[in-house]
Design a protein around this ligand. Structure first.
Ligand SMILES: C[S@@+](CC[C@H](N)C(=O)[O-])C[C@H]1O[C@@H](n2cnc3c(N)ncnc32)[C@H](O)[C@@H]1O
Length: 274
């Protein structure tokens, strides 16, 4: 391991806002913070928003600075990345920010029923051909259901049209209430987002934040000219989530990004203009 990584890992131990559970604390058992994040970590009952796969934590920190009446938890497994967000939150005394170093697979051991108000999934690996690892797959949705409040929102921001379309298909398959779906938020869809239910439920400021707050990966993809997609829905499904019909074979990988399959039926149901 490089010296810089070791230094960051050592410094991570000193950050009060960074929680790093051991495997034995989360594997098939409940972590002591489960159900107690508000009281023990933030010292209030404000709504808690979680960012899954937050990387360096830029998005978590920026949202937290904009919305001091909410608490934010960035989750990632990579300690050297979390170091950046945790250091910033510590140095700027951000009382409404925490970071959690764990595998998202263990998340049910960390959050209790109704403990979380919103989930952000930002630039996650699309996990091509590996549905069980995809963060919007039924396996994960069933996990989120155990701690997301009724009417809780899931937001997905991604450069991957594959992940966007899969997630939209999953939402439609399970009759989820879709608040907004956009395939190019900085381009053709920008104004349309202000007319979406996201805007009426969360306010125009929430739509402004979609453009003004960028993750580390997002700014890289934007600089390369890739469209950024966005999807949000209420996780209001009762019972087990089902997988969507998904024509994996139609997707052709062109380097990192995908050509949209010409026979894709799913998207056209939500984007009537074609
Ligand atoms: C492509 S990066 C995106 C980081 C950040 N959201 C951004 O946009 O800059 C994906 C992140 O998800 C994290 N990740 C992927 N799978 C994970 C898992 N199962 N549990 C925890 N973190 C995971 C990785 O460590 C990585 O930091």
């Amino acid at each position: 391991m490089g010296k810089d990584k070791l230094r960051k890992f050592r410094e991570n131990e000193t950050f009060k806002c960074l929680i790093q559970p051991s495997t034995s604390e989360v594997l098939n058992c409940d972590h002591p913070l489960k159900g107690n994040w508000g009281r023990e970590v933030f010292g209030n009952d404000n709504p808690i928003v979680v960012e899954l796969g937050c990387g360096k934590g830029d998005y978590t920190v920026d949202l937290a600075e904009r919305n001091p009446s909410c608490n934010y938890i960035g989750v990632d497994i990579k300690g050297a990345r979390l170091w950046k967000g945790a250091k910033y939150a510590t140095e700027h005394n951000l009382g409404n920010v925490a970071f959690l170093r764990t595998r998202i697979e263990f998340i049910e051991s960390l959050f209790a029923e109704n403990e979380i108000s919103e989930i952000w999934i930002t630039f996650a690996d699309p996990q091509i051909g590996r549905e069980k690892k995809r963060l919007t797959a039924p396996l994960f949705m069933n996990r989120y259901r155990n701690f997301l409040c009724k009417g809780g929102i899931i937001h997905l921001k991604t450069d991957s049209r594959y992940l966007h379309e899969y997630s939209l298909a999953m939402a439609q398959q399970n009759d989820l209430h879709i608040l907004a779906a956009a395939t190019d938020i900085y381009g053709a869809d920008r104004e349309r987002l202000y007319d979406s239910e996201l805007s009426s439920i969360c306010g125009r400021a929430a739509v402004d934040a979609l453009f003004e707050v960028q993750t580390f990966y997002e700014s890289q993809y934007l600089a390369q000219g890739f469209p950024i997609t966005y999807l949000s829905f209420l996780a209001d499904h009762e019972g087990e989530y089902l997988s969507p019909e998904w024509a994996e074979d139609l997707w052709k990988d062109e380097g990192h990004h995908f050509v949209i399959p010409s026979g894709l039926a799913v998207a056209s149901k939500f984007y009537p203009e074609g």
